[in-house]
Design a binder for this molecule. Structure first.
Ligand code: DX5
Ligand code: ZN
Length: 239
């Protein structure tokens, strides 16, 4: 497949590193009212929106595809769309999600046998590239794709479902990655996904996380997502 650059769609640059960003996971939104849920997050101060795409193969659950990205894109023209592909053979879907309006496309190392090619294809579409690591996947493989990498997504639950318990051993990877980034003089962002809440966020940010993905904590917050976002931001900044 030849990937043509997609230039005509709105897309934002997610770099460089800076303040911690909050990326609410739409997996925890009311599926009958996606646009409303996304709107509550964007107007409630979300930095990005996180789309959990599941294929029923790589993970034992099915969610949605590029059509949801395409449908929400015009409603939120200035919010970076953070697409997390929990699918086998993610290379085959890169062009489709880029054309639909994803800004960042993250693929699982475990699902992409040709990881470097997949990351390069994402960049060829003018989008930012991410690698997700399951809890038991060592980060050492990133050594070989550093030149094509914009973000590492550390999974702190086994992917497939929202509302799971945070795995501390997987969270330890954040500090390892931050040290590795420093040693290599690299500039990829570190994102954390799974069981992120006001208790787990402070340690993750201290260890070097740049992006906090959170579903349950934000969408099930008392008084709604805006409150969840501000509580998470306060916890992340230690206030
Ligand atoms: C899990 C997804 C996560 C998940 C996070 O497979 O990648 O984005 O929705 O949900 P919480 O914050 O509820 O763990
Ligand atoms: Zn996710």
């Amino acid at each position: 497949m030849m990937i043509e650059p997609v230039a005509s769609l709105p897309h934002m640059d997610i770099l460089p590193r800076g303040d911690v960003r909050i990326s609410p996971s739409l997996l925890s939104a009311d599926f009958a009212h996606f646009a409303e849920g996304a709107g509550l997050c964007v107007h409630g101060g979300a930095d990005w929106l996180h789309f959990d795409v599941m294929d029923g193969q790589f993970v034992p659950n099915l969610t949605f595809g590029a059509e949801l990205v395409r449908a929400l894109r015009p409603l939120f023209p200035t919010t970076p769309f953070d697409v997390h592909l929990m699918v086998e053979r993610p290379y085959d879907y890169v062009e489709n999600f880029a054309a639909a309006g994803a800004d960042l496309i993250t693929v699982h190392a475990e699902a992409a046998p040709h990881l470097q090619r997949t990351l390069a294809a994402i960049r060829a579409c003018g989008r930012r590239s991410g690698v997700a690591l399951n809890p038991a996947t060592p980060p050492s493989l990133l050594n070989y794709v550093l030149d094509d990498l914009d973000l590492v997504l550390v999974m702190t639950v086994n992917p497939g479902f929202g509302g799971q318990k945070f795995l501390p051993a997987a969270g330890d990877k954040v500090g390892d990655l931050a040290r590795f980034r420093e040693q290599e003089g690299a500039s990829f962002l570190i994102s954390v996904d799974g069981g992120v809440d006001d208790r787990t966020a402070p340690g993750l940010v201290r260890d070097g996380a740049d992006v906090l993905v959170a579903g349950s904590f934000i969408f099930h917050a008392e008084d709604g997502p805006a409150n969840g976002i501000s509580n998470l931001r306060a916890a992340a900044s230690g206030t």
